[in-house]
Design a protein around this ligand. Structure first.
Ligand code: ADP
Ligand code: MG
Length: 372
């Protein structure tokens, strides 16, 4: 996949800007505040209908404006062009079209324009709460498995209904409709078992790619990863196990006013030399694991979608030594379109990026504005 061109209207600081991209390395150059990250956000918003920084379209609309528009032309590996348009008219109205065909759900676009983004916010992936890792893996798996995405959405709907019942019971004593609760939990058990199976299967594949990617960056430490469900899967048929677990936890859930067990509480944990990375890892160790996760993400998408993803690398070299940066740049250069932000071109050169040649394009983010 590659993106050939982008137009932004009233998107953050850009009133109107259009640009073309090169098929290989694109350097987004400019001082702080020039608008480099915004260009990456625009590309991400087109591919996934939302930014990696915020879910609030109001934040993305240029100050003083209600709404924004984006247009991008993507080309797949078979050289078919796809024009994606995103138009936000108000807080509630977002229209997305691919080749002039309006989409009716996000599911219709997820997985079609694969991107791997590495931004400063991503440090949360290894430093942050379990929720962040669940979101990461949900996004990744949704792109290669449409049933997984559908199940996630159904699960979220059931969970919301169930939590509403529990919440009213715990807060103002509204009696629980037992029949409704048991219907919800039967449905939930069925979906949970499917999510569980899909996670186990996909994570096993992901782990192989992750460990290989990490070993390329660091050969002295060993990285491990676990997918930990709060419902044991050692014996018996999964749906039955979930049904029992949900019956067993109902009393506790009623007391707490929320749903304590299920895939929405699954854990994805990284270990470096058998120690929990989140608790014991140094800054540098976190960054290397993060880069390995992103490499693995790219290879996972490429393997299961048959389409090489575009890499959006914001501030890639922060906290990376020159040796590692050079390795990363070398390994990405073959066959992927990549975007790298830079305030200082000399710094890129220092980190192993050659700035000459016809595979590289430098875009001056600060000069993209049509009206200066
Ligand atoms: N909704 C918005 N409307 C107008 N300007 C914005 C909006 N959101 C962010 N900005 C401005 O855009 C600039 C940040 O752009 P950004 O892409 O993060 O720059 P860079 O990555 O080059 O440092 C800042 O000057 C910020 O004030
Ligand atoms: Mg930035």
């Amino acid at each position: 996949m590659l993106i050939k061109s982008l137009t932004m209207i009233d998107f953050r600081k850009y009133e109107l800007a259009s640009m073309d991209f090169g098929a290989f390395t694109n350097i987004l150059h400019g001082e702080n505040g020039a608008g480099k990250t915004t260009i990456l956000e625009a590309i991400h918003s087109l591919a996934y209908t939302r930014s990696f920084k915020t879910r609030l379209d109001a934040d993305l609309s240029r100050h003083g404006q209600v709404g924004y528009q984006l247009k991008g032309v993507f080309t797949d590996h078979q050289e078919n062009d796809h024009e994606v348009r995103l138009k936000v008219e108000s807080a509630r109205k977002k229209l997305v079209s691919v080749n002039s065909k309006n989409l009716t759900s996000r599911a219709q676009i997820i997985g079609r324009f694969p991107l791997v983004s590495l931004t400063p916010e991503d440090s949360e992936l290894t430093f942050g709460s379990p929720e962040i890792r669940r979101l990461f893996f949900n996004k990744l798996l949704s792109q290669v498995d449409a049933v997984y995405l559908e199940n996630l959405q159904t699960y979220a709907r059931i969970l919301k209904q169930r939590n509403a019942l529990l919440h009213s019971y715990a807060n103002d004593g509204t009696p629980i409709d037992r029949i409704q609760m048991s219907t919800l939990d039967d449905q939930r058990a069925k979906i949970s078992a499917q999510l569980h199976e899909a996670r186990s299967k996909h994570i096993a594949e992901f782990k192989k790619l992750l460990f290989a990617a990490y070993a390329e960056l660091e050969d002295e430490k060993s990285l491990k990863m676990a997918f930990i469900s709060n419902v044991r899967s050692t014996a018996g048929e999964l749906e039955g196990l979930y049904r029992n677990a949900y019956q067993d936890s109902l009393a506790e859930d009623m007391r707490k006013g929320t749903t304590t067990r299920g895939p929405h509480r699954d854990l994805f944990t990284f270990y470096l030399n058998t120690k929990d990375l989140r608790k014991f890892g140094s800054q540098g160790e976190h960054k290397l694991v993060l880069v390995a996760i992103k490499f693995a993400e790219g290879r996972f998408l490429e393997t299961f979608l048959g389409e090489p993803p575009v890499f959006l690398l914001d501030d890639l070299f922060a906290e990376l030594d020159v040796k590692r940066s050079t390795m990363i740049v070398e390994s990405l250069k073959g066959g992927h379109q990549i975007f790298i932000t830079a305030t200082d071109l000399a710094d890129l050169r220092h980190h192993g990026l050659e700035l000459e040649g016809d595979t590289l394009q430098i875009i001056d983010a600060g000069k993209m504005q049509a009206n200066g």
